[in-house]
Design a protein around this ligand. Structure first.
Ligand SMILES: CSC[C@H]1O[C@H](OP(=O)(O)O)[C@H](O)[C@@H]1O
Length: 336
C-alpha cells in the first residue's frame, strides 16, 4: 500500500502508525467509531492525512445512512451524517485540515452518497500533488537561502508520507533535496512524548535511504549552537492569517534557537492548513493530551502516582520567528 490513507470502495484503509516501526500493517475501518478512535489515538495522524480521514469518514457515513437510490436527502439521513461529521471534525481540534476535509465532503451531500465519495477520493490524489508542489517550492527556497552543500537539515515530529496521503510536507522537502544529491544528513528530533520522529521519520528516512541521526528534542539547540544545522524544516497543523504557526510541541523552542543562531526556519504546509479566519495564533485551540503519555514510557510508569503534567500536543510559533511559510502556491509569509 503506497498511500497512508485510502478508500477501498466500502471502507477507509489506513497504515496503522501506532504499529510502526516494528510492524507495517493496515487497518480497515468500517464504522465512524473505528475512524474516530483511530484519529484520537494517532493511528492516522498529520494534518493532511487528517483532512483525508475527515472527508472519507463523511463519505462512509453518507453511504451508511443513504436511502433508496443512494439519496441522502431525507432529514433523518442528513441529520445522522451531520452528527457523524461533527464527531469526526472534533476528534482533534488543532489541525484545521480535519474540519476542512469534513466540510468539503459534507458540501457534496445534497448530491448523494456517491458524490460525497467522489469528492473525498478526489482529495486523496489532490493531497499528493499539492504537497509535492509545496515541498518543491520549499526545496527551491532552501537552496537559495543556504549556500552550504551538501545540506544538514533538522526536522521535528513526522511530516513525511505518513503525515499525508503520500509524499509529505517538510520531509517532502528532504525527498526533493535528497533526490538532487543535496543532503548530507537529517537530524530528526525524536519528538516526545509520542516519538513521531524516532518511530516514523526515522522509518521513512531509512526507507528513502537518507542519512539521518536521531536526537533528543532538547539536544536540537545544542546541535545548532555547535554548527551542525544549516536549516530547520517543520510542518504545521494550523497557520493563522498573520503567519503564526501551530505545530507539534517543541517547534517554538526550535524557532527560538534557530533565530538565536541565524539558521533559516521554514514551515511547509498545504494551503488547506492555512486558517485565514484567525487573525493570529492566540486564537488556535491547542489539543491537550492524556497524562499517561508523560507519566508512562512504553506502558511502564516512570512518574510517581498522582503526578500532575503539562502535555499540550502543539505550541504556537510567532510569525517573526519563521523565515517563511511555504505552500503549493509559493511563499505565504516571509519574516519581516
Ligand atoms: C505534515 S503535517 C504533520 C504535523 O502533524 C503532526 O502532529 P500529530 O503527529 O499530532 O498529528 C505534527 O504537528 C506535524 O508537524
Amino acid at each position: 500500500m503506497s498511500r497512508t490513507i485510502d478508500w477501498d470502495g466500502d471502507a477507509v484503509v489506513i497504515v496503522d502508525q501506532c504499529a510502526l516501526p516494528e510492524s507495517y500493517r493496515t487497518l480497515r475501518l468500517t464504522t465512524i467509531d473505528e475512524l474516530v478512535d483511530a484519529i484520537k489515538r494517532l493511528a492516522v495522524r498529520g494534518a493532511p492525512a487528517l483532512g483525508a480521514a475527515g472527508a472519507l469518514g463523511v463519505a462512509m457515513s453518507a453511504r451508511l445512512h443513504r436511502g433508496p437510490g443512494g439519496t441522502t436527502g431525507a432529514t433523518d439521513a442528513t441529520n445522522a451524517v451531520a452528527a457523524d461529521a461533527e464527531r469526526l471534525a472534533s476528534a482533534r481540534p488543532t489541525a484545521v485540515n480535519l474540519r476542512w476535509g469534513v466540510e468539503r465532503a459534507l458540501a457534496a451531500l445534497p448530491r448523494g452518497a456517491d458524490a460525497v465519495t467522489a469528492e473525498a477520493v478526489a482529495m486523496l490524489t489532490e493531497d499528493e500533488l499539492v504537497n509535492k508542489q509545496a515541498s518543491r517550492n520549499a526545496a527551491d527556497l532552501v537552496l537559495r537561502h543556504c549556500s552550504r552543500r551538501p545540506l544538514r537539515l533538522l526536522t521535528h515530529c513526522n511530516t513525511g508520507r505518513l503525515a499525508a496521503v503520500d509524499w509529505g510536507t517538510a520531509l517532502g522537502v528532504v525527498r526533493h533535496l535528497h533526490a538532487a544529491g543535496h543532503v548530507e544528513y537529517v537530524l530528526a528530533d525524536e519528538t516526545r512524548p509520542l516519538l513521531q520522529g524516532s518511530r516514523l521519520t526515522a522509518w521513512e528516512l531509512a526507507e528513502l535511504g537518507v542519512p539521518y541521526r536521531l536526537l533528543p528534542d532538547s539536544a536540537a539547540p545544542a546541535a545548532m549552537a555547535t554548527g551542525l544545522v544549516d536549516c530547520v524544516l517543520v510542518g504545521a497543523d494550523r497557520v493563522a492569517a498573520n503567519g503564526d504557526v501551530a505545530n507539534k510541541i517543541g517547534t517554538y523552542a526550535l524557532a527560538v534557537a534557530a533565530a538565536r543562531h541565524h539558521i533559516p526556519f521554514f514551515v511547509v504546509a498545504p494551503e488547506s492548513t492555512v486558517d485565514r479566519e484567525l487573525p493570529d495564533g492566540s486564537h488556535i485551540v491547542l489539543e491537550q493530551r492524556p497524562a499517561e503519555e508523560i507519566t508512562h514510557v512504553a506502558g511502564t510508569r516512570v512518574a510517581p502516582q498522582g503526578a500532575q503534567v503539562f502535555n499540550p500536543a502543539f505550541d504556537i510559533t510567532p510569525a517573526e520567528l519563521v523565515t517563511a511559510v511555504v505552500t503549493e502556491h509559493g511563499v505565504l509569509h516571509v519574516r519581516s
